[in-house]
Design a protein around this ligand. Structure first.
Ligand SMILES: [Zn+2]
Ligand SMILES: [Zn+2]
Length: 502
């Protein structure tokens, strides 16, 4: 049995979650966790609200309200949406004014200072006198210093790099469109350049998807810039060093995961020793699910922050995702081109949404949710075919689940076993491929139904394999058809069904 700490990048609580969030890290992390638990591994899945985000400050200013209240209100909505979509997170931490969070940030910060990975220097900072704002992130915009696309000065959504405002063209105040004054201020920096060699070693083991590897390689060559980690007059956490400003939220992500796990085991579970058992053990794998635009912090900064400290992991895996489109266009809540998770799962069966989103998961490439296609699929496949298969399997009820398998189908089972082992492995996990495998098995069973051949074992196998994606549906099928899930899983995990002779 192995241990997994699974994390989801914290969403900014300035609105509810839409289908793009679901198709991204949330559903993948949930399916990953359920899959590892199915295989008997010990897992903890955490996330939290990104309360110290610069955009929360701007939203508060726009609405004339306290950012904390806006955050609270939206966090409530986010939690309900996730619950409605069957996303089961073990602990959702509120980071605002949370001592576990603050302690973890300070611990990583001081570890970085002691390791000479964090240093201080005077650098110009953008200030708008008319608006009395600092243009570090939500309050300044221009052309990304790396790709040239419109971006804030913190994290480019287009190319995922961390733009440097000193080199951004047409960089203006977001509120009034005016020019900034440039004020020399002391800031803390994370030293990226001296860690290039270590990062390269780390990268080949940890960044699973090829586009993530390529991104980090690009950022490290030839000589990467160091990363500004404190800001003046913006959102962030006060670390008691006013001359440096506050640490911004991108710096604090890994501390957030550590703090959420600690709070979970200490407060919710009353088993504080399990925090150490998870975070400090060599047999634990840290698995981060994140949007591609969070790759700079997770792929470059956090490995440096963890290096040589008590939370440094021998085993870490990064799973990035690209963006989901809606009917061919980018999702945008400001242009009202989005579907809220809660609306979709209210109109359709939750598991049907989960399965369809898993099939569409934009893992290495963008994908497109076309509403009319989903409606057709929901009717034809999810409702009609799956019901017909369930009824047919109920009528078969063999003595042993593999009875009915044909002599020439042994090869097929070997192939299913190999594919399932690969797509559920922490080294090559893919919720998209797991969903495809399940649907292929159901489709194969449906062709048996039409040819009036036995199909029980195929439906049984498909329902077990897809249980992490469609937990309620699989449970119902198991009940109606009498599938013995523990037995089938045991046969699958140990591959002993491959010895079954007809
Ligand atoms: Zn860019
Ligand atoms: Zn301004």
């Amino acid at each position: 049995m192995s241990k997994f700490i699974i994390t989801i990048t914290p969403p900014t609580p300035n609105g509810d979650l839409h289908i793009g969030h679901l198709a991204g890290p949330f559903l993948s992390a949930d399916i990953f966790t359920r899959t590892q638990r199915q295989k008997g591994h010990d897992c903890v899945l955490v996330s939290y609200s990104d309360d110290y985000q610069s955009y929360m400050l701007r939203r508060g200013r726009e609405q004339g309200r306290e950012p904390a209240l806006i955050g609270e209100e939206n966090t409530r909505k986010i939690k309900i949406s996730l619950q409605m979509a069957g996303i089961e997170i073990d602990h959702w931490m509120t980071s605002l004014d949370n001592t576990y969070f603050r302690d973890a940030v300070l611990e990583l910060y001081h570890h970085g200072v002691n390791n000479h990975n964090i240093y201080q220097k005077n650098v110009l900072a953008p200030y708008c006198r008319a608006c009395n704002t600092w243009g570090y992130e939500a309050f300044g915009r221009g052309q990304c210093s790396s790709c040239g696309q419109d971006s804030d000065a913190s994290q480019c959504e287009e190319c995922a790099c961390a733009p440097n405002y000193l080199y951004m063209k047409n960089f203006k105040c977001k509120l009034c469109g005016g020019e900034h004054e440039w004020v020399e201020k002391e800031h803390a920096y994370l030293n990226i350049s001296k860690n290039v060699r270590k990062l390269r070693t780390w990268l080949s083991d940890s960044a699973v998807r090829l586009n993530s590897q390529a991104f980090v390689e690009r950022e490290l060559a030839p000589t990467p810039q160091d990363w500004q980690i404190t800001r003046h007059g913006d959102a962030g956490l006060d670390i008691g060093q006013p001359s440096l400003g506050k640490t911004h939220t991108w710096f604090m992500g890994m501390a957030g995961y550590i703090a959420a796990t600690r709070e979970h085991f200490t407060v919710n579970q009353q088993t504080p020793q399990l925090f150490d058992a998870f975070w400090r053990a060599d047999d634990t794998t840290l698995v981060n699910f994140l949007g591609y635009d969070c790759l700079y912090s997770h792929g470059i900064a956090y490995p440096i922050l963890l290096d040589g400290g008590p939370y440094g992991k021998k085993n870490q895996r990064l799973y990035t995702n690209m963006f989901l489109k809606l009917n061919g266009l980018n999702l945008s809540t400001s242009r009202n081109h989005a579907i809220w998770i809660r609306d979709l799962v209210s109109d359709y069966d939750t598991d049907s949404v989960r399965l369809y989103m898993a099939l569409l998961a934009p893992e290495e490439h963008e994908s497109d949710f076309v509403e009319t296609q989903f409606v057709t699929w929901h009717q034809d496949f999810y409702q009609e075919k799956l019901e017909a298969l369930t009824v047919a399997a109920t009528h078969e009820s063999p003595a042993f689940w593999l009875d009915g398998m044909q002599r020439n189908e042994h090869k097929l089972l070997c192939e299913v076993y190999n594919r399932w082992s690969t797509v559920t492995s922490a080294d090559s996990f893919s919720s998209r491929n797991l969903a495809s495998l399940s649907v292929e098995l159901y489709e194969l069973a449906y062709s048996r139904l039409q040819a009036q051949k036995p199909l029980y074992y195929l439906v049984a196998l498909a329902s077990c394999i897809s249980a992490p994606i469609t937990p309620t549906l699989s449970r119902q099928m198991q009940k109606r058809c009498g599938f013995n899930e523990p037995l089938i899983l045991d046969n699958l995990i140990n591959a002993n069904f491959l010895d079954y002779s007809i």
